[in-house]
Write a protein that binds this ligand. Structure first.
Ligand SMILES: Cc1cc2nc3c(=O)[nH]c(=O)nc-3n(C[C@H](O)[C@H](O)[C@H](O)COP(=O)(O)O)c2cc1C
Length: 197
């Protein structure tokens, strides 16, 4: 970058990336045949168009976390999971409803970290037969304990009208506004809470 660019405050792509907030889009399901990657990629494609943060998909399945308390805790995935969470300023949880709550995999992954969650913000995008609303409300209770500020706007996707045969994701147009409003709030609160850490 030239002297004039520096003088007028132009940032290189690398500098711009470093000054932006890092928001992780966390896939809450890990089962074979899950639809969460389709939903996560859709949220990321909307988010990336905004250019207001660095958005990345964070897949719990990649960390191969054991069931909490059943090992000595030395699996490398546990440290890597905490390291990833530490690098993030905020989260968008992709939440699916399992027996009126979140998945066991997501709860287990949440329980594997503590300080790495604290004083950060989160948005929720959920799906299920009733938009995953019951699972999302359970998640809000859990996030309170971890000092994660969950934002109000919450896109709810229906297994009946936003998926074909419950498997191929075809979101209705109307959700776009809500996803952006949820991201507005998540980015604003992630930035505000960064000042506390
Ligand atoms: C064990 C299990 C329990 C479920 N319970 C509910 C439920 O209580 N309410 C609901 O709306 N959908 C329920 N579903 C349907 C899931 O929301 C649906 O299969 C969704 O695609 C799961 O997300 P995934 O594909 O990312 O794993 C359940 C699915 C499973 C596997």
């Amino acid at each position: 970058m030239g002297f004039m660019d520096r003088l007028f405050g132009k940032e290189t792509k690398e500098e711009e990336k470093m000054t932006k907030l890092n928001i992780g889009i966390i896939l809450g399901s890990t089962r074979e045949g899950r639809v969460s990657p389709q939903v996560g990629e859709w949220v990321k494609s909307i988010a990336d168009k905004r250019g207001d943060a660095n958005y990345e998909i964070v897949d719990i399945a990649d960390y191969k976390l054991p069931f909490l308390g059943t090992t000595d805790g030395s699996e490398p995935g546990i440290a890597a999971w905490n390291e990833k969470l530490n690098s993030l300023d905020g989260f968008v949880f992709i939440v699916q409803e399992y027996n009126h709550s979140i998945t066991g995999a997501l709860k287990n992954a949440i329980d594997f970290a503590r300080e790495a969650w604290n004083n950060k913000a989160a948005g929720i995008v959920s799906y299920g037969s009733t938009g995953g609303a019951r699972a999302a409300e359970h998640l809000r209770g859990i996030l309170g304990e971890l000092l994660v500020a969950d934002v109000r706007v919450h896109p709810t996707l229906s297994l009946f009208t936003d998926f074909e045969n419950g498997t191929v994701f075809k979101p209705q147009e109307l959700h776009l506004t809500n996803v952006n409003a949820m991201l507005d709030q998540t980015v604003a609160w992630s930035g505000a809470l960064k000042t506390l850490r």
